[in-house]
Design a protein around this ligand. Sequence first.
Ligand code: CP
Length: 314
Amino acid sequence: MTSKQKHLLSMQELSVERITEILTTAESFKEVSGREIKKVPALRGKTVVNLFYEPSTRTRTSFELAAKRLSADVVNIAPGSSSATKGESLIDTARNIEAMKTDILVVRHSMAGAPALLARRLSCSVINAGDGSHEHPTQALLDLYTIKEKKGRIDGLTVVIAGDLLHSRVARSNLYGLVAMGAKVRLAGPGTMLPPLMGTWIDAAPGQVERFTDLDKAIDGADVIMMLRLQTERQSGSFFPSVKEYARLYGLNGERVAKANPDVLIMHPGPINRGVEIAPEVADGLSSVILEQVTNGVAIRMAVLYLLSGGAST
Ligand code: CP
């Protein structure tokens, strides 16, 4: 997404300058959500359509609120109650939505590459709101924003991303974003869930990414711990003996957090599996910024919608 690009499809395609521009623009939009009248006219007359083929609480609501707070017209389409149930293809559905003069199409789909496919076939802007195990760029952007807001910087921090890395689009997008912004990333999880490679781009950043199978070693000295949901809906095999065993070895509990840096940030993109990858006392504890991530998601999505609509950076 350079200033000339009209889509947001992945973190991998974003330059450091563009990531910085989005984070800076989000800072000024965050203030809007704190006002009594949470609205600015920046996208008046624009139409945003949310097309979510997978369930979502945070991302879909956040895009809707972001577009409404920018004064855009917003339509949400749930394929379960659309003509997709009559066999209409993804491309035909999207082309019909575009024919109604949509400006921005926000797409979530179980198929990696679905938003990129639509971007090639449509004239309107397309935003990837999560495509299979590939990427979830706005989640990574809101995570970067939250880290920067809390720690004052990203460069030089040690960030652990732990859990079901193999199936996680959040992990992939965060890995690209964090490395680009100068963080050191520790990937932690069962050997069966540690992807051997997460893209040649990462191999071009030697010394910035390490892999761990021992969560305790990974979190030693970490500034941020980002836990991932166990994504049973994407697992086609048996990756660990039992959920109980997984929680024992890879769940973030109070005992583990007590051994981490006192100012460590605990993050999770949600939805959380309490008692599996994260204990309730950690999810709700003083180090947790999980709900602040959700709050920041609205500001990030306002910034992305605004910039893709041709808005000047702030
Ligand atoms: N983090 C995230 O993508 O959550 P939802 O699935 O609820 O949108």
